[in-house]
Design a protein around this ligand. Sequence first.
Ligand code: PLP
Length: 429
Amino acid sequence: MSELKFDTRKIKAGYNPQDNNLAISPPIYQTTAYDFKSTDHAQNLFTYKEAGYLYTRVGNPTVNYFAERVKALDGAKNAVAVGSGMAAISYTLLNLAAKGGTILASPYLYGGTIDAFDRLFPELGIKIKLTDAVLDPARLEAEITDDVKAVYVESISNPNAYLLDIDGISEVAHRHGVPVVVDNTLATPYLYRPLEHGADIVVYSATKALTGHGNIIAGVILDNGNMSYYTKEKYPQFYEKIVMLKGKSPDEIFPDNFFIFRLILVYLNLLGAALSPQDAYLGIIGLETLSERVAKQSANAAKIAAYLESSPAVEWVRHPSLKSYKFRELAEKNLPNGGGGVLSFGIKGTPEQEAAFLNNIELFHYHVNLGDARSLIVDSPNTTHSELNEEEFRLADIPHNLIRISAGLEDADDLINDLEQAFKAAGLL
Ligand SMILES: *Cc1c(COP(=O)(O)O)cnc(C)c1O
């Protein structure tokens, strides 16, 4: 499968009709549990001597087809799908810092992630250090102390479209035996594949452009199969004997996949954010049009960004397609398929005019999702990122007049006309 091209994999990978009565559309395995054939079979499944399904919280064929397809698109070795992007992020970082330690993180992140870093992780004894040194791998290296268990970044950040040098970041992290985790939600594997740039673990909110229809909440975790980072000294959690496994440890059972195996065994199993087979099915259908959707979203976003940059109602615009883009060189190198559907701009007006602009928008949906087939608009500082404190706003470079657009699949001229009429209605033009 890995020899087939991306667009073929997005239609074919991870599912074989031969396994399911030749059904071309993957069946929805709407089942809670799976019968054991015998007591031996039950014991073999529980101790992972034999592959198979036990209970849908920890494994379901439809959910597995979805995970396998994303895995093939990203060129990953191991994969699991979970119930949300937040579950993917939390489970991944809990698994890495199970014994405590520090997560060294980019400040250019999804608001919910920052919220988890502020309120959830410290409660569990895990330190988070946000650092703008992620912009400069040489400077980042100095911050990778012995206590650091992972470097955490977004490939294209939300809402600012900051682009990071994952190759450089991975190189310095690996020198210190630390894996790099990339939230690749905004990019999707169509625009950027972090594992090809040295990253070790990829997390997705599959809720967004990856599946693209604003109809499910889902997450995916992938890794590159390189387990050599997880030394016994630094990551003892992978080497501990588990009673349920008849005294074996995760690394003994799956030497090439113990990161995700332990994540399923501990976090998916015990915290329980499982993806439903129905939603996994919708996700698979969404993946079939990934390239076509993200290409059009990128093109629409580029047209909207160019319009906004020429508008007197706008102070600044951020999108990888623009000449004025802060990370122009990196974008040219790393994003040959387009700059993605998300752009942000600063509105030139009072908060009242900003409100009037948003209240007069007709075609864009005013809500907090992104990557949808529909175009979306939102005032991030007041909504998706409202949990940030002033220091975090400053560090994340989110000005208070920022408006985020997620370009959908409509006609770009109609979208631009809608922005124009709303600027006028707000007295900005
Ligand atoms: C939405 C989003 C998340 C959270 O995903 P959910 O599926 O809503 O839990 C994480 N990271 C990024 C970049 C997002 O946009």
